[in-house]
Design a protein around this ligand. Sequence first.
Ligand code: CP
Ligand code: NVA
Length: 306
Amino acid sequence: MAALTGRDFLSLADLTSEELSQLLTLAADLKSGKVQSDRPRKILGLLFRKASTRTRVSFSSAMWQIGGQVLDLNVQLTQVSRGEPVKDTARVLDRYLDVLAIRTFDQAEVVEFAHYADIPIINALTDQEHPCQILADLLTVSEVFGGLEGLTLTYLGDGNNIAHSLLLGCALAGVNIRVATPPDYVPDGDIVLKARAIAGDRSEVIIIDNPQEAVEGAQVLYTDVWASMGQEDSAESRIPIFEPYQINNQLLARADRQAIVLHCLPAHRGEEITDDVMEGPQSKVWDQAENRMHAQKALLVSLLGE
Ligand code: CP
Ligand code: NVA
């Protein structure tokens, strides 16, 4: 079993390649029933400053299924919304909970929570990263292709939190990654450098602006919304800029014949992905969404230890 006992999970770069691989194996074993896990009633807190369906519900179901309990810490009903400092909130919640998942804007906030709380802090999405999502994505790709090393994944769209965690996760797993974005929407340079350092000679990390070139022969095409939570004001103006990056049947035809299509969801059909691709035979988005629960179950089991 992967032993991440007591650690934080703020970025995919918090894992080694071996730990990521052990976590994905544990997720597959929990999913198939090969490994059973029923734990004493540990408590997971959810502190979400942004909306969520999948992350909130899959974390809750996973925690209940492993014998734990969940406290949904509604931001509006706690002193968090009235500005109580993170360093105070973190030290108090640390005394009540066994693990805390946070969805917020600034990565610095989850880092500060992790600094002041001894319990594991999980990044449940920030503007910078969405590491839990990418655990599920890699599990899904691995189920379809029977492994990860040497495959090519092309992400099309905004160089956002999903792109960042994919860069790190693919580098850790030996998956070649191509990130295709409009020139003004490239991923963060430090994360690209980190991904290249992790990948070394094992896999490629390519940032590109030509979507046709980016998808050529790829086994996985992946997209996300063009305007993330918090960017609603620029949603309209982004549409013409991102249009060439839409996953549609023409673009999909340039990928590997066996290629699958992933989307973290929620999706805007007709923008970053067409309805026929979402509903088509190459789409694995529902398995991908299911795998959020299995991957996070493995993460919780690993972080909470024996
Ligand atoms: N993919 C994802 O994180 O979905 P939610 O925003 O619904 O949690
Ligand atoms: N990039 C999206 C992901 C949603 C799961 C956002 O941050 O809104």
